[in-house]
Design a protein around this ligand. Structure first.
Ligand code: MGD
Ligand code: MGD
Ligand code: SF4
Ligand code: MO
Length: 692
C-alpha cells in the first residue's frame, strides 16, 4: 500500500492525514503521527476528506443557466463565454464594474493566481470570505505589531499555566487545540473562558465568566486599569518595548471596578478573581476567535486583549501571547498572498518601493498592480445592489447562506449581468443561482500549500489522480487567464510549484520571509512556520515570534491602541428584546454544510432542520416547550422558523443559533466594524412568536 500524507483543508489547524492507497482506491485514513500539529489525532472531518471525491452524479462540465433551465456546456465554451463577458462589461462600464470573492479555503498558489488574473490583469475588485472571519485580527495586528503576524506556536497551549479563551469555543471549532490544552501537564494549569453563554469549552473550563454581549472591551479596559492601580504590570517591558502606554493609562483610568456589574454583568468578586488569575500566572496566554472578531467594535476589542498581554509582559515567551486563532485552513495564506487588501507578501499598494520589489520578484512591471486595496465585501454587495458592479465570480464560498443579512446577497445576485460560481457542488445555495457554474475537484486531488493558524505552511499532495476531464481550481483560474488573452503574463505561472516559488521570492526580507521553504522541504512532512529564510536551519518544529521583543512598527515597539467605547448601533428595544448570538454547532458540521452533509455519521447525527437555543427561563416565560417550532423576527425586517431547544446554558435574554442553517443569517444585520469591515454576526435584536 502506498502512504500519501496530505493536509486537511477544513479548519485552520490544517492537520496532516496519512492516506493508504492501493490500486487507485483509498484503503484507510490515519491522522499523521509525526505532524507537529495534530500528532496522531484528528476530528471526524479530517477522517472523512475522501467523501469529497466528487461523485459521478455531479456534472463534469460547466453548467450554463438558459431561458429553459440549466445545461452542461464544454469547458472551452465556458472560458470563452466568461472571458468575453468580462471584457464586454469592463469595456462598457469600466474595470471597477466586475468583482470576485475568494476564500480562506483555497491553496496559497490558487489565491495568488486569482489575484494575478483578476486584480492585476482584469483590474476588478477581489475580496475574500476571510473578511467575515479574520479581517479584524489582521487590522489589529497591523496597527499594534506593525505586521499581520500572530505571535504563537501551538506548543504554547502545552506551556502556558493560565489559558484564557475569549469569544472562542475550541471544543467544537478547534478540537486539536482542545487536545493540546488537555496535554498540558502544568500543575498550576488554569483554563478560563470568557463568553456570553456557557459554551462546550466553558463547560470544561476551570473558570467561566459569563459577560453581557459585546461588553468585552469595557472588561479589558477595566482589567487594565485595575492592574495598573495595583501595579500588577511589567513596567520594564512596557518601558523598553512598547509605545503609547501613558495615553493608554489615562484612557483606562475612567473604567472602574465599581461599574463592572452594570457594564459587564459579572460581580466585583468575579472580576477580582479574573484579574488576580492574570496577575498570578507565570505564563498567561490570551486566545480569541469570532466572539471578538465579529462585532461593531471588533478591532479595538482585539487590541484590548493585545494591550493586556503586553502590559503584563505575557508575549514573546513560552506559553504566553495575545493570540488570534484563525478559522479556515488557509486564512493566513489568503491574508498574505491573495493580492486583495495588500500587495503579495503583506505589502501596501501605495508603497512605491514595495511595488518595485514585488514587481522585480515576479518579473512584472509594477504598473500592473492595483493602486489601492480592494473594495471590502460589504461595499461590493452594496455596489451590486446599486447597479455599479455588474459581474461577480465567487470561488470556494457560499455567501447566499453565509453572508450577513443574507437575503441582501440574493437581492444583489438578481441585479447582476453575470454571476459565476466555482465550487465542488452545483447544488449549494449559491451555485444554484449561478449563470455559469464551474465544477472543480476537491482538495485531496490537488497540489498546493496551506498556512495554518500558527503560521505553519504545509503541503496538499494529491492522494488520487483527478478523473479524466476534471479540473483543479488552479487549472480553471489559469485557463480563464489564457482565455482573457494574458499571453506572456502567464509565463512562469503554469504550475502551483512555480507560483509558490514566485510568492517565496516576494517575501524576501519581509516579516513573513519564506525564502528557505520549498516543496521538497514541505514534502518531508512536518510543515514549516514562517518566517524561514534561505540558509536557515530548522532546529525546532515549533517557533514563536517576538522572542527578541522587536516588533515590526517603525519604532520596533508594540503600540497600545485604544478608543472610547462605541455605542451599540442597533441595540435591543421593547419590540426586539432578545439578542441573537450565532456560531458553530457541532464538531462534525462545517459552515454551510455542503461538504459535511456527505459524512454519513454527521448527517445522521445532526439535525437537518434549523434549530435555536433559548434559555429555560425564557421558554417558561413565553410558554415554549422543548422542540416546539417558533418564529424568530429580526430587527432587520426578516423572520425565520426554528425549532426551539431549551437550555440552562444561556442567559435569560440571549438566543443561540448555529450557522449551519440558512435561516440564521436571514436574521443577522448589515453592521460592520469601522476598521476591518467584518460583520457583527454575533448580535442581532430579535423577538419570538409562538406558532402553535
Ligand atoms: N466544527 C466546525 N469547526 C469550525 C468551523 C465550523 O464551521 N465547524 N469553522 C471554522 C471557522 S472558519 C472559524 S472562523 C472558527 C470559529 O471558531 P470560534 O470563534 O471558536 O466559533 P464561534 O462558534 O463562531 O464563536 C465562538 C464563541 O464566541 C461567543 N461569543 C459571541 N459573542 C460574544 C461576545 O460578545 N463576547 C465573547 N467573549 N464571546 C462571544 C459565542 O457564544 C461562541 O461560543 O471555527 C473553525 N472551526
Ligand atoms: N451568523 C454567522 N455567519 C457567519 C459566521 C458566524 O459566526 N455567524 N462565520 C463566518 C465565517 S468566520 C466564515 S469563515 C464564513 C464561511 O462561509 P462560507 O465560505 O460561505 O462557507 P463554506 O460552507 O465553507 O463554503 C465553502 C464553499 O466552497 C465549496 N468548496 C469546498 N472545497 C472547495 C474547493 O476546493 N474548491 C472550490 N472552488 N470550492 C470548494 C463548498 O462546497 C462550499 O460551497 O461564514 C461566516 N458566516
Ligand atoms: S477539521 Fe480541523 S481539526 Fe479536524 S482534522 Fe481537519 S484540520 Fe484537523
Ligand atoms: Mo471563519
Amino acid at each position: 500500500m502506498n502512504k500519501i500524507q496530505t493536509t486537511c483543508n477544513y479548519c485552520s489547524l490544517a492537520c496532516n492525514m496519512d492516506f493508504y492507497v492501493e490500486n487507485g482506491s483509498i484503503k484507510k485514513v490515519v491522522p499523521s503521527e509525526k505532524y507537529p500539529v495534530n500528532k496522531g489525532f484528528s476530528c471526524i472531518k479530517g477522517l472523512n476528506l475522501d467523501k469529497q471525491l466528487t461523485s459521478d452524479d455531479f456534472p463534469k462540465n460547466p453548467i450554463l443557466k438558459t431561458s429553459t433551465g440549466r445545461e452542461e456546456i464544454s469547458w472551452d465554451s465556458a472560458y470563452s463565454l466568461f472571458s468575453q463577458k468580462l471584457k464586454d462589461i469592463t469595456e462598457k462600464y469600466g474595470k471597477e464594474s466586475v468583482a470576485a470573492i475568494s476564500t480562506g479555503q483555497l491553496a496559497l498558489e490558487e489565491m495568488a493566481l486569482v489575484g494575478h488574473v483578476f486584480r492585476n490583469y482584469v483590474g476588478g475588485q477581489l475580496d475574500g470570505n476571510t473578511r467575515l472571519c479574520m479581517a479584524t485580527s489582521v487590522v489589529a495586528h497591523k496597527q499594534s505589531f506593525g505586521f499581520d503576524a500572530p505571535p504563537y506556536t501551538l506548543n504554547d497551549f502545552e506551556l502556558s499555566d493560565t489559558i484564557i479563551f475569549t469569544g472562542a469555543n475550541p471544543v467544537v471549532a478547534h478540537p486539536i487545540i482542545w487536545d493540546r490544552v488537555r496535554k498540558n501537564k502544568n500543575k498550576n494549569k488554569k483554563v478560563i473562558v470568557i463568553d456570553i453563554r456557557k459554551s462546550e469549552t466553558a463547560m470544561n473550563a476551570d473558570y467561566f465568566f459569563c459577560i453581557k454581549p459585546k461588553s468585552d472591551l469595557v472588561l479589558y479596559y477595566t482589567i487594565a486599569n485595575y492592574l495598573i492601580e495595583k501595579n500588577w504590570i511589567d513596567n520594564s517591558y512596557i518601558e523598553n518595548f512598547s509605545e503609547n502606554f501613558e495615553d493608554f493609562k489615562k484612557h483606562v483610568s475612567k473604567f472602574s471596578i465599581d461599574d463592572i456589574e452594570e457594564t459587564v454583568g459579572i460581580t466585583k468578586d468575579q472580576f477580582i478573581t479574573l484579574a488576580t488569575l492574570i496577575h498570578e500566572g507565570d505564563a498567561v496566554s490570551f486566545w480569541w476567535t469570532m466572539g471578538i472578531n465579529q462585532s461593531y467594535q471588533a478591532v479595538r476589542t482585539a487590541q484590548g486583549i493585545i494591550n493586556l498581554a503586553v502590559m503584563t509582559g505575557n508575549i514573546g515567551r513560552p506559553g504566553t501571547g495575545a493570540n488570534s486563532i484563525t478559522g479556515q485552513c488557509n486564512a493566513m495564506g489568503s491574508r498574505l498572498f491573495s493580492n486583495t487588501t495588500g500587495l503579495y507578501g503583506g505589502g501596501e499598494y501605495a508603497d512605491e518601493a514595495k511595488r518595485k520589489v514585488v514587481g522585480e520578484a515576479l518579473g512584472l512591471d509594477p504598473a500592473i498592480f492595483p493602486t489601492k486595496p480592494t473594495l471590502p465585501y460589504n461595499v461590493i454587495i452594496e455596489k451590486i445592489i446599486s447597479g455599479e458592479i455588474k459581474a461577480l465570480w465567487i470561488l470556494c464560498t457560499n455567501p447566499r447562506h453565509s453572508w450577513t443579512n443574507n437575503y441582501e446577497f440574493k437581492k444583489a445576485i438578481e441585479k447582476l449581468e453575470l454571476f459565476v460560481v466555482q465550487d465542488l457542488y452545483p447544488n449549494t445555495d449559491s451555485s444554484e443561482l449561478a449563470d455559469l457554474f464551474l465544477p472543480v475537484v476537491s482538495g485531496i486531488q490537488k497540489e498546493g500549500t496551506l498556512i495554518n493558524t500558527e503560521r505553519r505552511i504545509s503541503k496538499l499532495n494529491p492522494v488520487l489522480p483527478k478523473p479524466e476531464g476534471r479540473f483543479t481550481d488552479f487549472e480553471v483560474i489559469y485557463n480563464l487567464g489564457k482565455a482573457l488573452g494574458m499571453g506572456d503574463l502567464l509565463n512562469g505561472w503554469e504550475t502551483p510549484e512555480l507560483v509558490f516559488n514566485k510568492m517565496k521570492a516576494v517575501t524576501k526580507g519581509t516579516p513573513c520571509d519564506i525564502t528557505g521553504v520549498s516543496y521538497k522541504l514541505l514534502e518531508e512532512g512536518y510543515g514549516v512556520q514562517w518566517p524561514f529564510r534561505e540558509g536557515e536551519v530548522l532546529v525546532d518544529h515549533e517557533r514563536r515570534l517576538y522572542e527578541n521583543n522587536e516588533y515590526y512598527t517603525p519604532s520596533k515597539k508594540v503600540k497600545f491602541m485604544f478608543e472610547d467605547i462605541a455605542e451599540n448601533p442597533v441595540p435591543t428595544n421593547a419590540e426586539f428584546p432578545y439578542v441573537l448570538n450565532t456560531g458553530r454547532g457541532t464538531v462534525g458540521q462545517w459552515h454551510t454544510q455542503t461538504r459535511t452533509r456527505e459524512i454519513t455519521y454527521v448527517n445522521d447525527s445532526t439535525s437537518n432542520k434549523s434549530y435555536i437555543y433559548i434559555s429555560k427561563s425564557l421558554g417558561e416565560k413565553l410558554g415554549i416547550e422543548n422542540g416546539e417550532e417558533i418564529l424568530v423576527h429580526s430587527i432587520n425586517g426578516r423572520s425565520s422558523k426554528f425549532y426551539a431547544l431549551l437550555t440552562e446554558n444561556l442567559p435569560h435574554d440571549v438566543l443561540y443559533a448555529p450557522i449551519h442553517y440558512i435561516e440564521t443569517n436571514n436574521l443577522t444585520l448589515s453592521i460592520y466594524d469601522p476598521y476591518s469591515k467584518e460583520p457583527s454576526y454575533k448580535y442581532a435584536p430579535v423577538s419570538i412568536e409562538k406558532i402553535n
